[in-house]
Design a protein. Structure first.
Length: 344
């Protein structure tokens, strides 16, 4: 299935110079004087460097990976990069993908295991022109929806609302949506919504999570082999990385340094886009179990519910056991700050 990152456009994307092949690529290491004696780890990001990977950059820029004895390479993702393939082949130690991708991979016999889930509430949803007056997804059922091929959120809406939606394929541009107020556009609040606002089209956004379809997103995963051979290193990566995330979303000085590093590697990002995404994504990171169990939290019930939903929606070939999809054994407890500052 085409992933949503293969379709996103707008201010947060660009950076075509960072595109990698599915078989390798370059990244930026933690470096430092101790890097030579540190344990090397390669983490392939879910997309090009953006605030969606900001916490990992914060951990790098604040020296948390180095302090943990790690020399971490943050390898950019991109439309030609399959994190699952890289991790399964041993070309990367750690990957980031949607929870659906983890479930599909396990069902296909690819031995990957989730070790943390960044987005506790899934940000993916749909938006409509604000002047249409929609107050819920129920107001959008008689409109044409522009959705990506293989997406399950709209299928969930169809099944639970007992309707058949009229749909068009999302090709990666929201230009048609901008000029047609009748359309419902799939996207992310940090990306497509920002692009629309910048184009002078205020939007109202509804997440699929609020409609009941709420898989984890930006899930950190490893192969079973890496989990066995590098358990201590993965544990250290999560401890340092999630502390980086905790600081990134709560300390604007830390975020400023991480964002500067992101812009060095993704030069087409502008300052406004960075801070918009930084701010908008935080509610999804700290939602649900993260408030008490810490960033990255996961439960077997959530994974079981997702596998069942995917099977019911025809989005899963094969069967999976929820307990095999994830482990929380390596997770630190990094509870996010109760109050988060506004964007500068």
């Amino acid at each position: 299935m085409t992933t949503r990152r293969q379709l996103l456009t707008g201010a947060l994307l660009g950076a075509t110079g960072l595109t990698l092949s599915a078989c390798g690529g370059t990244g930026t290491s933690t470096g430092g004087a101790t890097a030579g004696s540190a344990e090397p780890l390669t983490a392939v990001l879910g997309w090009y460097p953006t605030p969606e990977s900001g916490g990992w950059f914060a951990a790098r820029e604040e020296g948390l990976f180095t302090q943990a004895g790690l020399d971490v390479t943050l390898q950019p993702g991109g439309p030609q990069v399959s994190g699952v393939q890289l991790v399964a082949a041993g070309r990367a130690d750690i990957g980031i993908a949607s929870a659906e991708d983890v479930v599909r991979s396990r069902a296909q016999g690819i031995p990957v295991v989730a070790v943390a889930a960044l987005y506790q509430k899934n940000p993916v949803g749909v938006m409509v022109h604000a002047d249409q007056g929609a107050t819920s997804i129920d107001d959008l059922l008689d409109r044409t929806w522009v959705v990506q091929t293989g997406a399950l959120g709209n299928l969930w809406v169809q099944k639970t609302k007992g309707v058949t939606l009229t749909t068009r394929v999302y090709s990666g541009s929201i230009a048609e949506f901008l000029h047609d107020p009748s359309l419902v556009q799939q996207g992310w609040p940090t990306n497509e919504a920002y692009t629309a606002e910048q184009a002078g089209v205020p939007v109202t956004f509804f997440s699929y999570a609020d409609a009941g379809y709420d898989p984890y997103n930006d899930v950190v995963f490893v192969s079973e082999k890496t989990l066995q051979d590098k358990e201590d290193q993965v544990r250290a990566f999560l401890d340092a990385g999630l502390r980086g995330w905790g600081s990134y979303i709560s300390d604007t000085a830390v975020a400023q340094r991480a964002n500067a590093a992101i812009r060095e590697e993704n030069t087409e990002l502008d300052e406004q886009a960075l801070w918009y995404a930084w701010d908008r994504q935080r509610e999804f990171l700290v939602a649900g179990d993260a408030a008490t169990s810490g960033l990255g939290a996961m439960t077997q019930q959530r994974w079981s519910d997702l596998a069942s939903a995917m099977a019911d929606l025809g989005g899963l070939d094969g069967t999976v056991e929820a307990a095999e999809l994830f482990t929380t054994d390596l997770l630190p407890t990094v509870v996010p700050a109760a109050t988060l500052p506004p964007a500068p």
